[in-house]
Design a protein around this ligand. Sequence first.
Ligand code: PEP
Ligand code: MN
Length: 264
Amino acid sequence: MENIKPLAIDGVELTKPIIISGPCSAETEEQVMQTARELLRSGVKIYRAGIWKPRTKPGGFEGVGVPGLAWLNKVREETGMKIATEVANRGHVEAALEYDLDLLWIGARTSANPFAMQEIADVLRESGRDIPVLVKNPVNPDLELWIGALERLYNAGITRLGVIHRGFSTYGEHIYRNHPQWRIPLELRIRYPQIPIICDPSHIGGKRELIASLSQQALDMGFDGLIIESHCNPDCAWSDKNQQITPEVLGVILDNLVYRDAPV
Ligand code: PEP
Ligand code: MN
């Protein structure tokens, strides 16, 4: 994967630390727009929202689907922020490309599945688009599976690749929702120094209180950015409410982080 290029949108390289924020899930147009307007005031330039939500069990909120892509377009038009969502299959990628999203990410349940990864890689190759894609680590602590997911995309012509460290599933109750096992992303960094690494303290910690310290820890280890879930009314969020923070709190956290741009 020698020819991986820096992450860029519309030909403009993303400045570090790369900060991505927005709700776990797009719920309503009002919630998407209000969160975006507040995030703009906190200086965020890349907006995330899940449109299709991979839930552990059936019966929960599984995302608003395609109508949410139009809301994300509205966020870009009104605020100028770049827009990102999670894709997990051919239909998702086709819809996201049709709505001209700026950045895609692959979720932890999808990067663990080589069939799904190959399907996504195939549809991206067919599209001929070199859209930036961030690949979350697989739910299980399997570095080779993570690298394999990246290779499938790279072999399909995607050169703007990055990774997201969101921690690994463990059995039972722990401080972390997903254990960080930092040595795994750090080994990936050593083997592929050209691939930007973004930390997802929201899904690692699973709780608001852990976001600031996990974020600083990641930056101290040389991570290139953060993806943090935020919501205009976190206590009423339809998914992952314990780990979402208001855009205002996010602004305070970001203002207090120290970023040294130091290699590991
Ligand atoms: C998410 O980003 O909301 C999400 C579903 O994350 P993960 O794939 O890391 O569980
Ligand atoms: Mn989430």
